[in-house]
Write a protein that binds this ligand. Sequence first.
Ligand code: SF4
Length: 301
Amino acid sequence: MKLSLATAMGTCFGVQDAIDLALSPEFKDRLTVVGQLVHNPQTVERLRANGVAIVERHEIDHITTQAVMITAHGAADTTRLDLQQRGFTVYDATCPLVMRLHKLARYLERKGYFPVIVGQANHVEVQGVLGNLSRSAVIAGPQDFHKLEGETRIGVVSQTTNRLQKVEQVVAGIQALPWIEEVRFVDTICQPVKDRQQAIGDLLQLGIDLGIVIGGKNSANTRKLKELMIDRGVEAHHVESIADIDEEWFCDKEHVGITAGTSTPQDVIEEVSEYVRQLIAKRSGPAKHTSHDPITPSASS
Ligand code: SF4
């Protein structure tokens, strides 16, 4: 049985920069993060252990520190302003690629297009983008096309963690609506996410027949990496830690591939990879390791 590690996986530069800022010694016991900084339980635990408080947007009244931080997923300008007007010192860790999404959505609106965001309506990144637009719609798929009735010129952007193929399908569906005159699509899926999706394509080319995808259960991009494998006919499992791994998965399998979402820390990846290596060795002798080392956060930025 062989083991291959994806050539790009784990924490992206946007999330890593935000974590580094939150864990700076100057903020120990003095910082509140507004919203989930990362969709990963181990990292959230580390932040809490460092005295970082985490509140949801609707819990701003409960903040007790002077310093507050906006996460890599960004926020609407009204949120920033609200925090400043309440007297907090705001540290903004919005990822530059999320800022780009905000700018492009506003640009399309200024140019007279009806802005459409392909993504999940309840995701914090999407909520932030919506908050900066006067009119818009969030489209997850054809079931939402009714939101475009009466609009003829549509400007489309995407949540940064989407799969390009899925977004292109949505764009094609919008173009086919009988009342639509023009659709302008700007690809705002971020490069680290594309790199991780491409690396799965490479694992599939190598012939893996079992995929282990590491990441928080609430991490949308981790779920999408798993979907990508399943769509290509490979059995795949989403795990947060070694506790989620079932030895039964390895029965009759010949080649295991490991990848991880953009908020999964390197130490969790290493722990899971080592555990899988040991399982393989137990079943069939030492695993033949066929891939390169995964791209580290700094190398992928
Ligand atoms: S997933 Fe992409 S857009 Fe989101 S924080 Fe990471 S690099 Fe930035």
